[in-house]
Ligand binder design. Structure first.
Ligand SMILES: [Fe+2]
Length: 281
C-alpha cells in the first residue's frame, strides 16, 4: 500500500476541486471502447481545477501465456502494428500517448490485477513503465492519499481542508447478486480512515454514501459521510462475434460503458469542511 499527502491549490475564483476517478480502461483489448474513454477524460479534465486518478487495469495486459488469451481479444491497432509480438509495449505506448496531455493533472495511477498478473508471471512491470514515462505517482494496488486543499496563495495552515481518499483495485470473482460487490467494498472500506474509497475490478458503476453521525466542536450533531464507489469500465462484456469473450463465458454481466466519477469538493465558508458531490461527469 502506498500512502502520501499532497497540497492541491485552487484559485480563489474557482473554489470547486474536481477529482476524476477512472479505472478498468483495458487498453489493448478489442472490446475496450477507448473512443468513449478519450472523450470522457477530455471533457472532464478541461475544467481548470480537475485532477485524475486511475485505479488499475488501465492495460488489458493479457499475453499468450494467460489462460484468458484469445487472438480475437486483441485490439486491431495492435494486431496491425509492425511489432505486434510486443503486446505490452504497444499497450503502454497507447496509454502514455492518450494521457500525456493531462500528466500534470494526474494524482496517481494504480495497478490492476491484469498488469499485476504479467508482473508476477513474466517479470515485466508495464504499469511502472507508464508511470515513469508520464512522470506520475505510481499508487500501486492500494493507496491512501491525503489531499490538502488550499486556496492559491494562502499561507495560513488552518486554511487547508484535508480530504483522504482510498484507492484499491478490488478483489473477488464474479458476483451473481446485483449490488453484491458494492456491499463487499462498503465492508472493506470500513477498515480505513478515509473520506472516500474508490474500487475497480468489478466493472460495476455505482456508489453509496455511508452517513456517519458525530459531534462538532460546538457540541452539535454533525455529519461526516464516507463515499464508497465502484468506478466502472470501458470494456464491453460481450463482443459482436460468434467466438465469445472470456467475460461472456464466465457469466459476467454487461456493464455501463461510461465509467468514471467526478467527485466535486467545495470548501464550506468559514469552516474546515468540504461539501462533496458525486457526478457521472
Ligand atoms: Fe478490469
Amino acid at each position: 500500500m502506498i500512502t502520501f499527502n499532497r497540497i492541491v491549490e485552487f484559485p480563489k475564483d474557482i473554489p470547486e476541486t474536481r477529482i476524476v476517478v477512472v479505472g478498468d480502461q483495458h487498453y489493448g483489448a478489442a472490446d475496450a471502447d477507448l473512443k468513449r474513454y478519450r472523450s470522457f477524460i477530455k471533457e472532464n479534465l478541461s475544467y481548470p481545477n480537475s485532477w485524475l486518478i486511475s485505479v488499475g487495469d488501465g492495460l488489458d495486459a493479457i499475453t499468450t501465456r494467460d489462460p484468458r488469451f484469445e487472438i480475437g481479444g486483441i485490439a486491431k491497432p495492435i494486431l496491425q502494428a509492425e511489432n505486434n509480438d510486443d503486446i505490452l509495449d504497444l499497450q503502454v505506448e497507447m496509454f502514455v500517448t492518450d494521457h500525456e496531455p493531462y500528466r500534470h493533472q494526474i494524482l496517481g495511477l494504480g495497478l490492476g490485477n491484469h498488469e499485476n498478473a504479467v508482473r508476477v508471471r513474466e517479470m515485466g512491470n508495464a504499469h511502472r513503465r507508464i508511470c515513469t514515462a508520464l512522470n506520475v505517482k505510481n499508487i500501486g494496488y492500494s493507496c491512501i492519499m491525503e489531499l490538502r486543499l488550499r486556496e492559491m496563495g494562502a499561507t495560513h495552515r488552518g486554511m487547508n481542508r484535508s480530504f483522504k481518499i482510498l484507492t484499491h483495485h478490488g478483489f473477488g470473482g464474479n458476483n451473481v447478486t446485483e449490488g453484491g460487490a458494492l456491499s463487499t467494498f462498503c465492508t472493506h472500506a470500513k477498515n480505513f480512515v478515509v473520506d472516500a474509497a474508490f474500487y475497480g475490478h468489478k466493472h460495476d458503476y455505482c456508489y453509496k454514501r455511508i452517513t456517519r453521525v458525530g459531534i462538532d466542536q460546538a457540541g452539535n450533531q454533525d455529519h461526516q459521510d464516507v463515499i464508497v464507489a465502484l468506478v466502472g469500465t470501458y470494456l464491453k462484456t460481450f463482443n459482436d462475434k460468434a467466438d465469445p469473450s472470456w467475460a461472456e463465458t464466465k457469466g459476467f454481466p454487461p456493464r455501463f460503458l461510461r465509467g468514471g466519477w467526478v467527485l466535486k469538493l467545495t470548501p464550506e465558508s468559514g469552516g474546515g469542511w468540504l461539501t462533496t458531490r458525486m457526478s457521472e461527469g
